[in-house]
Design a protein around this ligand. Structure first.
Ligand SMILES: Nc1ncnc2c1ncn2[C@@H]1O[C@H](COP(=O)(O)OP(=O)(O)OP(=O)(O)O)[C@@H](O)[C@H]1O
Ligand SMILES: C=C(C)CCOP(=O)(O)O
Length: 263
């Protein structure tokens, strides 16, 4: 059974240079394309994640939440980040639901425990049950309690990596504002594998906007580590802005952007 994880990047659904900006139109387009594929492939399963974009990252940066939460002021910041992350989630799920997608919103911070920034536990029974009944769980970049740091930030990629080990999706699509991963001449790199990663690493930077989770460099590092454990997994990074491209890629008519794979 085909299971696809799709991340709607914060760079796609918000403007990471402008606090609390929301690109509703993009969610409409993505929802329409997923709904279309669901009609032709009713057996396929989906898990959607979304980044925090211009909602969580600004506040998280102000309080340095990802590096740990100790003082009362930092815990206040932790709470504020969680509210911002939830606020964007609310906008996303309300918009997706308008297309009658059976959305099941999952708040990652409610059931996740980290240790030194790594997720060591997340409750997955509700997600597995939802998938069994053809619902579409929606997770998002969030705060999390941490046994060593007090609290931290968990990116959507971190959540995907944890869930992928249990749910074994065939594909992870990371949609952003960029067409894929560019080399220094501005050309899209078609494929990144463990063999060519060292040569490509210097091309990978942080985000152009406000960001605390490491931008493109961290995204690629996390996904490369994941495919070492799940060798059949296909990870693709491409633009969510091109009308029709998500649908065409889901149906394998197109192979846009950058593929991250074992070979
Ligand atoms: N070589 C590169 N090719 C393409 N984009 C790059 C590259 N190096 C750095 N970037 C930046 O990384 C960004 C993608 O990382 P970012 O974390 O902002 O994405 P996102 O997942 O959409 O956001 P969020 O973390 O808010 O969900 C791009 O929009 C671009 O600004
Ligand atoms: C900043 C917060 C709250 C989460 C970051 O998750 P990401 O946007 O997926 O990197």
């Amino acid at each position: 059974m085909m299971l696809t994880f799709i991340k709607l990047g914060g760079s796609l659904i918000t403007d990471k240079r402008e606090p609390s900006s929301f690109h509703r139109q993009i969610i409409y387009q993505v929802a329409q394309e997923i709904a279309q594929v669901r009609r032709t492939q009713p057996e396929w399963r989906w898990l959607i994640g979304h980044g925090s974009g211009s909602f969580g990252h600004f506040v998280a940066k102000k309080y340095g939440t990802i590096d740990g939460v100790v003082t009362a002021e930092q815990w206040q910041g932790f709470a504020e980040v969680s509210v911002m992350a939830r606020r964007l989630n609310h906008l996303v799920i309300e918009t997706l639901s308008e297309f009658r997608l059976p959305i099941f919103s999952v708040q990652p911070s409610a059931s996740t425990l980290c240790e030194n920034g790594q997720i060591i536990h997340m409750q997955t029974v509700p997600i597995v049950t939802a998938l069994k009944h053809r619902l579409i769980p929606v997770v998002y970049g969030d705060v999390a309690v941490d046994a060593r740091l007090g609290g931290t930030i968990i990116s959507t990629e971190k959540i995907f990596a944890y869930l992928a080990k249990e749910l074994k999706p065939q594909r992870i699509f990371l949609l952003g504002e960029v067409a894929g991963i560019y080399d220094r001449t501005g050309k899209i790199i078609e494929k990144i594998t463990p063999d060519n990663f060292d040569a490509i690493a210097p091309e990978l930077g942080g985000s152009d906007g406000t960001d605390v989770t490491g931008g493109m460099a961290d995204k690629v590092a996390k996904m490369l580590a994941l495919i070492q454990e799940l060798p059949d997994l296909e990870v693709r990074i491409f633009s969510g802005k091109v009308v029709g491209q998500i649908e065409a890629t889901l149906l394998a008519y197109k192979t846009p952007g950058t593929l991250i794979s074992r070979k």
